[in-house]
Ligand binder design. Structure first.
Ligand SMILES: C[S@@+](CC[C@H](N)C(=O)[O-])C[C@H]1O[C@@H](n2cnc3c(N)ncnc32)[C@H](O)[C@@H]1O
Length: 294
């Protein structure tokens, strides 16, 4: 029996899958390799139950009964453009919050922005370009805009371009709507809530003054999106899902996107150790960022 007919028959090899598991070991490897290839997310064996539960939901929705049949769908010509992105979306962990990792925002306000502003003053430009890479449901880029508006001297004389991208369509839709429950605003200074949000029934909506500064974009971090001349990149709590090889490629692309002296913010469990020597660590209290050396 060939490998693929073996899979098609639904037979399980002797493997680690339990009697109720959806995927055989070989099927798990097929999905794992495809997901890694497509979006850089590296699923270890411990993530198998997670993958199977997300797959099960898609299979039920589509009325498909076997993992291998679904694999054929997503790797077919039509599936690649439609169903595969939907599967990837369903696998994304979109946990986020406003002003997540506050010490980093303190560092942004107290060290990073004054340094960048002084540099810009010298060359007579008042343009700031920021990228929130893996922006999830928008809290990160909106926090960045609020911090910029609150920190930059003579803020109306500045042009701010904040690009916020993600691989999850569902997260991007929510980000674009900018609609949050009261409990989701708990990281924000109450004065900023009054200033930068308006109440709509049970929810709070990000004000137009903040929203208009953010451009949301569907983008897979496996690829270069062509952004150049950036001052700041936030890519926090995303790399943690990638293996070292993929992290190295990503950081090297980030270095190409930033201006010399530009800053990269990573998540609190992430670092550039072993990934790049092109950045210098900058820290204040518990806030850390990385400056691209000229
Ligand atoms: C845990 S959230 C982090 C959100 C935010 N950066 C923060 O720290 O609060 C991770 C985000 O990365 C996105 N993501 C994961 N892999 C990605 C990829 N290859 N390309 C683009 N976005 C990706 C997910 O969709 C998710 O929204």
């Amino acid at each position: 029996m060939s490998y693929s007919s073996h899979l098609r028959s639904g037979l399980r090899e002797t493997d680690d899958s339990g009697p109720l598991s959806l995927l055989s070991d070989s099927e798990f490897r097929l999905f794992r390799d495809l997901i890694y290839e497509e979006c850089g997310i590296s699923l270890s064996l411990e993530k198998r139950a997670f993958l199977e539960s997300r797959l099960k939901r898609r299979l039920d929705e589509l009325g498909i009964t076997s993992g291998y049949e679904y694999y054929r769908v997503i790797t077919g010509p039509q599936g690649r453009s439609k169903e595969l992105p939907a599967l990837l979306d369903s696998l994304m962990i979109c946990e986020t919050s406003f002003f997540r990792n506050l010490p980093q925002f303190d560092l942004l306000r107290e060290v990073v922005l004054p340094e960048i502003a002084a540099r810009k003053e010298k060359c007579g430009t008042r343009m700031l370009r920021v990228w929130s890479a893996g922006c999830s449901t928008g809290q990160e880029p909106y926090s960045a805009v609020i911090a910029l508006l609150e920190t930059l001297p003579d803020r109306d004389s500045w042009t701010m371009r904040i690009v916020a991208s993600d691989l999850s369509f569902t997260a991007l839709e929510r980000a674009q709507a900018g609609l949050y429950r009261a409990d989701q605003l708990k990281g924000i200074d109450p004065r900023s809530v009054t200033k930068y949000f308006r109440r709509e029934n049970e929810h709070y909506v990000v004000s137009d003054a903040v929203k208009k500064r953010v451009i949301f974009d569907y983008h897979n971090l496996k690829n270069d999106n062509g952004l150049r001349g950036l001052d700041i990149i936030f890519c926090r709590n995303v790399m943690i899902y990638f293996d070292a090889e993929e992290q190295r490629r990503l950081v090297s692309r980030f270095a190409n996107c930033l201006l010399p002296g530009g800053f990269l913010f990573l998540g609190h469990a992430e670092s550039l150790q072993g990934l790049s020597t092109r950045f210098a660590m900058v820290h204040r209290n518990k806030g850390i960022a990385y400056r691209l050396e000229g």
